[in-house]
Design a protein around this ligand. Structure first.
Ligand SMILES: [Zn+2]
Length: 325
């Protein structure tokens, strides 16, 4: 995994390479399984390889036991991977990328507190604070990013980018005005999600990204990073999400039920049949395995609308779209 991007990419260059990248912040839940299934089906249907990359860089939220737990949950569901990596295995490549960006004069030390940032009312399209550029003049050089104890940001130049997303969920825009300069190394010392994701994709030779619609807003900043680091740009496809009613609002399905609970009550083939029927891949929720769905897989048959689901203690149930808790 720490080898160069070109060497890793070459063998699969014709059929392509995808990755499924869950965070090691808990066990898998039905939303994880749906996302894994769609990424895996896209890869298998086109004869591409697919990497399981477990994102474990968050020192506060990631745990070792969830790395192995996630692997078990996905294996139980019936998915296999051409390679499995942990994001923390790539720390050398992340540091190299930061050195290159610093060498280009693009990194700076941000000393803004969370409170100061919150006071700026302007919001980015993903709901985060649009960084106003307060610390832009504090340029880092000569490896200073390693020694600086706070957040390190990347100076983005203005410019409209077009993600050319097949699903249309990631729309064209200028990340420097929509989001402001992104954090690339967090104040807790870990490499930020956007940078790690882009570096890992390049190192693994990922040519196609299939992921949930909630990550579509990340695409513009990721493309900006790919350009600065001179990486090839993957193609993008964003898919529907499973939602649950939570505190009167609809939220991405997380806490409802984990795979260890699910598997004590229902079979993986029942869960696969439920998900495949829910999103329109099969006409009825008969039991099936992911491999049964490969031959007929076609995005034209996959529902684009988010679906509202719940766990009633013995089975997963679909709720009408109009219902919210
Ligand atoms: Zn700042």
């Amino acid at each position: 995994m720490s080898d160069g991007a070109a060497a890793a990419a070459a063998p699969e260059a014709s059929a392509g390479r995808l990755r499924f990248a869950p965070s090691a912040t808990g066990r898998a839940h039905p939303g994880t399984l749906l996302s894994a299934l769609l990424c895996w089906l896209d890869a298998r249907a086109r004869g591409a390889s697919v990497v399981l990359r477990i994102e474990d860089l968050d020192p506060e939220r990631a745990r070792d036991e969830w790395v192995s737990g996630l692997r078990q949950d996905l294996e139980w569901f019936g998915l296999d991977w051409d390679e499995t990596v942990r994001q923390s295995d790539c720390s050398e490549a992340h540091a190299d990328a930061l050195d290159r960006l610093e060498g280009a004069g693009l990194l700076y030390a941000c000393t803004c507190t969370r409170r100061e940032l919150r006071m700026h009312a302007e919001r980015a399209p993903d709901g985060s604070v649009r960084y106003p550029g307060t610390c832009r003049t504090r340029v880092l050089s000569g490896g200073e990013w390693r020694r600086f104890g706070g957040a390190v940001r990347l100076r983005l130049s203005p410019g409209e980018l077009d993600p050319r997303d097949e699903s249309g969920h990631a729309t064209p825009g200028d990340p420097s005005t929509l989001y402001g300069d992104p954090v690339v190394r967090r104040r807790d010392g870990s490499v930020a999600y956007q940078l790690a994701s882009v570096v890992d994709d390049a190192v693994a030779g990922v040519s196609r990204v299939v992921r949930g619609r909630d990550l579509a807003p990340s695409t513009l900043v990721q493309i900006a990073l790919q350009q600065l680091l001179e990486y090839p740009r993957p193609s993008y496809r964003h898919h529907l999400l499973l939602l649950e009613g939570s505190r009167g609002k609809l939220a991405k399905l997380h806490g409802a039920v984990s795979v260890p609970t699910l598997r004590s009550v229902v079979s993986s083939a029942q869960v696969c049949g439920f998900l495949a029927s829910l999103i329109g891949l099969v006409s009825s929720a008969a039991v099936c395995r992911p491999r049964d769905l490969v031959r007929e897989f076609d995005w034209a048959r996959v529902e684009d609308r988010d679906r509202l689901v719940a766990w009633d203690g013995s089975s997963l149930v679909v709720l009408p779209d109009s219902v919210s808790a």
